[in-house]
Design a protein around this ligand. Structure first.
Ligand code: APR
Length: 320
């Protein structure tokens, strides 16, 4: 059987890391697309040349021509500009909306059957716009945010408890931004929910609250340290986990920005929710029970995303 084809739209920091991870994991043949001439070609060649030592097979092509993504099984979109210190993800809206238009049209023309994972920020609005511009089925277009946000939460928790990150599960809902909703009672160490761990004296409520806040600010913390761009290792790794779930029909339960129509009282809207990802794309949106404070946080997050989508419609009236 031919190897799957993975198209990476955007060959910057995240795009290059995605290509390297896909190579090392032998997920398929990789095409790196970018408008910058030489960047995708240089990264593709560099990664191919690491194959003999890393011991992977695959073909790696860099291109500035959408025709080369033809027939891709997966497209991961990072095209656009990242944040600089002092910018919020929302500041990127106008610039990246135009980018989503050209990317959506490119995917529709050359890879209409692909599973599309958007990473470009502000994520929840960009994945919605990308779906609108591409016209692909909703279940085949999603956004990477929840896997990254919950990975950050899991890392901080594992550090606090001095346990393996593998044994920490964490749940994060809502938009990818300051209003994201980390859910403590659905987050566990070896199945023990965080509130129980507070009762058991493993940590204090204050420390847990600080970890929740650090998770919300996780992206900004990296931007502040790097100064010239935003995070790329963890975002790329998170998107690869989602791509692998699709390519291998793993039926993973992963939080991601998905089209929610009916569940959570939403009427056709992209926001971070738990989903099942398998060969059918977003095969299911999982609706969990929230208590009143959690629901209030989720509603606030949904409102923030709605504001961004409204801003997109104002900038580009063809979206209205
Ligand atoms: N089509 C294709 N590629 C584009 C386009 C376009 N219209 N516009 C810009 N690009 C490319 C740039 O040339 C650059 O190589 O997108 C790439 C973006 O790479 P970086 O600037 O390194 O940004 P990165 O850190 O990879 O983040 C990309 O993901 O997490 C989000 O906020 C982040 O929106 C940003 C995106």
């Amino acid at each position: 059987m031919a190897r799957p084809k993975i198209a990476l739209i955007g060959a910057g920091q995240i795009g290059g890391t995605l290509a390297h991870l896909a190579a090392v994991k032998e997920l398929g043949d990789v095409v790196l697309f970018d408008i910058s001439e030489g960047t995708p070609q240089g990264k593709a060649l560099d990664i191919a040349e690491s194959g003999p030592s890393a011991k992977f097979d695959g073909s790696f092509k860099g291109t500035n021509d959408y025709a080369d993504i033809a027939g891709a099984d997966v497209c991961i979109v990072t095209a656009g500009v990242p944040r600089k210190p002092g910018m919020s993800r929302d500041d990127l809206l106008g610039i990246n909306l135009k980018v989503m238009k050209s990317v959506g049209e490119g995917i529709a023309a050359h890879a209409p059957n692909a599973f599309v994972i958007c990473i470009t920020n502000p994520l929840d609005a960009m994945v919605w716009a990308l779906r609108e511009f591409s016209g692909l089925p909703h279940k085949m277009v999603c956004g990477m945010a929840g896997v990254l946000d919950s990975a950050r939460f899991r890392h901080f928790l594992a550090d606090e408890f001095n346990v393996s990150m593998r044994d920490v599960t964490a749940f994060v809902l809502g938009g990818h931004g300051d209003t994201m909703v980390p859910l403590a009672r659905y987050s566990t160490v070896g199945g023990i929910p965080l509130p129980d761990l507070v009762e058991m004296g493993w940590t204090t409520q204050d420390k847990l609250d600080a970890i929740v806040q650090r998770t919300r600010d996780g992206g900004a913390e990296i931007v502040g340290l790097l100064k010239t761009g935003s995070a790329f290792y963890a975002p790329a790794t998170s998107a690869i986990e989602m791509a692998e779930a699709f390519l291998k029909d793993q039926k993973r339960l992963l939080p991601c920005a998905a089209h929610v129509d009916g569940a959570y009282g939403l009427d056709g809207f992209y926001v971070g929710v738990p989903t099942i990802i398998g060969a059918g794309g977003i095969e299911r949106v999982v609706e969990i029970k929230m208590d009143k404070p959690e629901q209030a946080m989720f509603d606030k997050s949904v409102d923030a995303v709605k504001g961004l989508v409204a801003a997109c419609k104002e900038i580009d009236p063809t979206l209205a």
